[in-house]
Design a protein around this ligand. Structure first.
Ligand code: ATP
Length: 755
C-alpha cells in the first residue's frame, strides 16, 4: 500500500518506467519466475505449473470500476469526462469484502502481465494540478491471485492527500473530488488507528477502500506493507513529516490471533475443497493453453514450410516456362532456318530456269527469224521456179546432196535448198511417163559426182516415178515377217498408185503446190527421201565381189562423167550391154560377169565367188560351162510343193571350194533378176532328216556337199525351200540399208536408157 502526498512518486513506485521496473513487475517476477523464455515453455512458472490471475480495480469517488472490462458511459464518475478516445469502464458492486464480477487476466509471464497492467492503469482518472501534472484522482487496487498456491497479493496505489489551496483546486467539483480522495485516506487512517488502539469497532465500511482491505487487516495470516512516499523537495518537508507520523501509527498495529468459530471451520473446509478444484481446473486450463501454443507453433512452422514449398514450386514453374519458351523459340528458329535454306535453293533454281528459258527464247526467236528468212527466200525461189523451171538443177541439187557421205541431214538441207531443187521436182513430175533407171541415178549419186547432167545427156524429168518411189515405203518392224511374202504385190500396188498420181499431176496442180509452200515443201521432202532410200537400197541389194574403183578400171566400167572420157564411155556401154545380153530366160542360165555391172562395183566383194577378173574385159564377158577346173556347175531348183512343181531356176558356175553362203549370194542375185526375190533355205537331199541348212551354218557347208546332178560329178543340184523370212531381217535396225524391191531387169533397162 502506497501512501504519501500528491506528486511524491506513488504511481511511479507502483508501475515504474521504461528504465526501472515498478513493484508490480517485481512482484510478478518473484511469483512466476526469474525470466521467461521466448517459447514460454521452459520457465520456472511452467515447471511449477504456476500462473496468476489479475484484476485491476479503480476506486473513484467511492465507486469501484473494473479497468479490464468495457462498460457504458454511465459507469464513469460524475463530473469527470472521459478523455478523447477513452472507453467507458464497468462499475462493480461490492459483495462482502470482494468486488463482484471482476474481470481477470491470466498468465505466467511477469513481463507481459506487468505491461498489460501498466497499459490498463492509464485508464485511471487523472488531472493536472499544481502539485502534479498527471495527478491521480482515484485509488487503484491490483489483485494478484495465485490459484496453484491459494495466495493473494493486493497492491494499492492510493490517491495522494493534498491541500486544496496548495493543489490549486477551484470549483465545487474539484473541491468535492479532493474531499473524496481525502475521505478514503482518512478512513484508512482511522482503521489503522482503531486497529492500533485495539478498539472493538474498526470502521472498515467508512470507505470502499477499507471495505476491500478488511480481510487483509483482520486475517492474522495476512501481512500489510505500507510504503511511504516522500518528496525530496524541502518545501514538502511538512508533508513528509506528516507521512512519517502516519506510518509510525500504522507500525504500531499489533494483531491478535483469531480464534476460529465453527462457521469459520466450515467455511475453511469448503473453501479448501473449492480451492483444490479451482487449482485443478486452472492446471487443466493451463495445460490446454500450453498445448494450444505448441499446436500454434507447429501450425506456424507448417505454414512457413508450405509458403517455402509454394515459393519453390513457383520458381520451378517459372523455370519450366522459360525452358518451354526457349525450346519453342529454338524450334521456331530451326524451322525458320530450314525454310530460309529451302527458299534460297528454290530461288537459285528459279534463276537458273529463268536463264535457261531466256536463252531458249532467244534461240527460238533466232530460229524463227531464220525460218522466216528461209521461207521468204523459198517463196521467192518458188515463184522464180514457176516462171522458168529447169529440171537439170534438181539433179545438180541432188548430186550435191548425195556427194560424199551426205545422209539424212543433207536431204533435209535439200528441203531448205535453193530454187533449183524445186525446178527438179517439177521436172520429175512433168516427165513422169519417161522411164529411166534409178540405178543410173543412184550410182552417180553414190559416186560423189555432182555434175552428172553435164556428162549424161538426159534430164531428171526422165526419171521414172518408180525410180523415185520404189523404196520410200519402209515397213515397221512389227508384222514384218508376215508382210514379206506379200511385198511384191503391195509394192506394185503402191507404185502404181503413186505412178498414177504423179502421172495425173498436171502442171496447173503443181503450180498450186508451188503457191502453197507447205505442200510443195512436203512433196520435195518425200521425193528426196525416196531417192535417197532407193539409192541405199540398191547399194545393199547388190553384193558382188568387186573392188570399187580398181575393178571398175580393170573392167573398163567407169561411170564418172567427169573422169571418163568418151572412150571410156564406150567401154561402159559395152559392159552394160554385156550384162543386158546375158539376161537369160526363165530357165536359162546366164553366164554373166557381174563385176561388169556398175552397181556391183559399189558393193563389197564376195571372196568366195569364183569369178576371176580377166585382164581383158572384152574377152571375158561370158563364161560357158566348166571352163576352169576350179569351177563347178550348180543347178538350182525349187523344192516341189503344192504351190510349185519344183521348176529349175538356172545353172550357176561357182568355185569348187565355195560354200553355200557364196552360192546363196549368186542365187539371190539371180532371183532378183527374175523378180522373184524370195527367202529360201538349202536342202541337203543326202540328209535323211530333210532338214534345211541353217543360214548361219551355210558358210561352213561347201558346195561339194550338195548332191550330184544326174550322176555327173562336176555338177551339183541345189534344192531350195521357200521360207517365210530371211534370218537377216531379224536384226534389222532403223536406217539400215533397205532391200530393193525393184526387179533387176528394170534397173538394167533403166541404166541402159540412161546411158
Ligand atoms: N523515484 C522517482 N524517480 C524519478 N522520478 C520520480 C520518482 N518518484 C516520482 N517521480 C516523478 O514525480 C512525478 C510525480 O510522481 P507520481 O505521479 O508518482 O506522484 P504521486 O504520488 O502518484 O502523485 P498523485 O498522488 O498526485 O498521483 C512524476 O512525474 C514522476 O515521474
Amino acid at each position: 500500500m502506497m501512501y504519501g502526498p500528491t506528486g511524491s512518486g506513488k504511481s511511479h513506485t507502483m508501475f515504474g518506467c521504461s528504465r526501472k521496473q515498478g513493484i508490480v513487475y517485481r512482484a510478478l517476477r518473484d511469483i512466476l519466475g526469474e525470466e521467461e523464455r521466448d517459447d514460454g515453455v521452459d520457465n520456472a512458472a511452467f515447471r511449477l505449473n504456476l500462473f496468476v490471475q489479475v484484476a485491476v480495480l479503480e476506486i473513484y469517488n467511492e465507486e469501484i470500476y473494473d479497468l479490464l472490462s468495457v462498460g457504458n458511459s454511465n459507469g464513469v464518475g460524475a463530473g469527470v469526462s472521459l478523455p478523447k478516445g477513452a472507453t467507458p469502464k464497468a462499475k462493480l458492486e461490492v459483495m462482502g469484502r470482494k468486488a463482484k464480477n471482476a474481470t481477470y487476466i491470466y498468465g505466467n509471464e511477469a513481463g507481459k502481465i506487468s505491461k498489460e497492467v501498466a497499459k490498463i492503469e492509464k485508464r485511471r482518472v487523472v488531472k493536472s494540478t499544481l502539485c502534479n501534472e498527471r495527478s491521480s484522482r482515484s485509488h487503484c487496487m491490483i489483485i494478484l491471485d495465485v490459484p496453484p498456491v491459494g495466495g493473494r497479493l493486493l497492491l494499492v496505489d492510493m490517491a495522494g492527500s493534498e491541500n486544496i489551496e496548495q493543489a490549486g483546486q477551484t470549483g465545487l467539483e474539484a473541491k468535492m473530488q479532493t474531499a473524496k480522495i481525502n475521505q478514503g485516506n482518512v478512513a484508512l487512517k482511522r482503521v489503522v488507528e482503531s486497529i492500533a488502539n485495539g478498539d472493538s469497532h474498526v470502521p472498515f465500511r467508512d470507505s470502499k477502500l477499507t471495505m476491500l482491505l478488511q480481510d487483509s487487516f483482520e486475517d492474522d495470516k495476512s501481512k500489510i506493507l505500507m510504503i511511504l512516499c516522500a518528496s525530496p523537495d524541502p518545501k514538502e518537508m511538512h508533508k513528509t513529516i506528516a507521512t512519517l507520523e502516519y506510518g509510525a501509527k500504522a507500525k504500531c498495529i499489533v494483531r491478535v490471533a483469531h480464534m476460529p468459530t465453527p462457521r469459520d471451520k466450515l467455511n475453511t473446509e469448503d473453501s479448501s475443497l473449492l480451492r483444490s478444484r479451482i487449482v485443478a481446473m486452472n492446471q487443466f486450463i493451463y495445460k490446454l493453453q500450453i498445448d494450444n501454443k505448441l499446436k500454434e507453433k507447429e501450425r506456424d512452422k507448417a505454414m512457413r514450410d508450405l509458403l517455402h514449398k509454394e515459393e519453390e514450386l513457383l520458381g520451378l514453374r517459372l523455370k519450366l516456362e522459360l525452358i518451354e519458351a526457349r525450346g519453342t523459340a529454338e524450334r521456331e528458329e530451326e524451322i525458320n532456318c530450314k525454310v530460309m535454306e529451302r527458299t534460297q535453293v528454290l530461288i537459285i533454281e528459279l534463276q537458273k530456269m529463268e536463264e535457261t528459258m531466256h536463252y531458249q527464247q532467244e534461240e527460238l526467236s533466232f530460229l524463227r527469224r531464220k525460218l522466216h528468212e528461209i521461207e521468204a527466200k523459198n517463196h521467192k525461189e518458188n515463184e522464180d521456179a514457176f516462171q522458168g523451171m529447169d529440171g537439170g538443177k534438181l539433179l545438180k541439187r541432188m548430186s550435191e546432196m548425195c556427194s560424199g557421205d551426205q545422209g539424212m541431214e543433207k536431204s533435209m538441207e535439200l528441203d531448205m535448198g535453193d530454187q533449183n531443187s524445186n525446178c527438179d521436182v517439177k521436172e520429175i513430175k512433168e516427165d513422169i511417163s519417161h522411164a529411166t533407171t534409178d540405178i543410173h541415178l543412184g550410182t552417180h549419186l553414190n559416186s560423189g559426182y555432182s555434175s552428172l547432167e553435164d556428162e549424161i545427156d538426159f534430164d531428171m524429168p526422165k526419171i521414172t516415178d518408180r525410180v523415185c518411189l520404189s523404196t520410200v515405203f519402209e515397213r515397221d518392224d512389227e508384222g514384218e515377217d508376215e508382210e514379206i511374202m506379200e511385198e511384191p504385190e503391195i509394192d506394185k500396188e503402191v507404185l502404181e498408185e503413186l505412178s498414177d498420181s504423179f502421172a495425173t499431176l498436171s502442171k496447173d496442180q503443181f503450180k498450186e503446190n508451188v503457191k502453197d509452200p507447205t505442200s510443195a515443201r512436203k512433196t520435195r521432202i518425200q521425193n528426196i527421201f525416196r531417192l535417197c532410200g532407193n539409192h541405199r537400197e540398191l547399194a545393199q541389194q547388190v553384193n558382188l565381189p568387186v573392188s570399187p574403183m580398181k575393178k571398175l578400171e580393170n573392167t573398163n566400167i567407169h561411170l564418172s562423167p567427169l573422169a571418163l572420157s568418151k572412150d571410156s564411155n564406150a567401154k561402159v556401154n559395152h559392159a552394160v550391154e554385156s550384162v543386158v545380153q546375158a539376161k537369160p530366160g526363165k530357165n536359162t542360165i546366164p553366164n554373166v560377169r557381174l563385176t561388169d555391172n556398175m552397181v556391183f562395183s559399189l558393193t563389197p566383194p564376195l571372196a568366195s565367188v569364183c569369178f576371176k577378173e580377166n585382164e581383158d574385159s572384152k574377152e571375158n564377158t561370158t563364161c560357158n560351162g566348166a571352163e576352169s577346173a576350179n569351177l563347178t556347175e550348180v543347178y538350182v531348183k525349187w523344192e516341189a510343193s503344192k504351190e510349185s512343181s519344183g521348176n529349175l531356176i538356172r545353172k550357176l558356175m561357182v568355185k569348187k571350194n565355195s560354200s553355200l553362203s557364196d552360192l546363196r549370194n549368186l542365187i539371190e542375185i539371180t532371183l532378183l533378176e527374175d523378180n522373184r526375190n524370195q527367202p529360201f533355205a538349202f536342202l541337203l537331199l543326202a540328209d535323211p532328216s530333210g532338214t534345211p541348212v541353217v543360214k548361219d551354218k551355210e558358210a561352213e557347208v561347201p558346195v561339194s556337199k550338195l548332191p550330184f546332178c544326174n550322176t555327173q560329178h562336176n555338177s551339183h543340184l541345189a534344192c531350195l525351200r521357200h521360207t517365210k523370212s530371211n534370218v537377216q531381217r531379224q536384226n534389222h535396225i532403223p536406217f539400215s540399208p533397205l532391200e530393193n524391191m525393184l526387179p533387176l531387169h528394170v534397173m538394167k533397162a533403166q541404166v541402159e536408157e540412161a546411158l
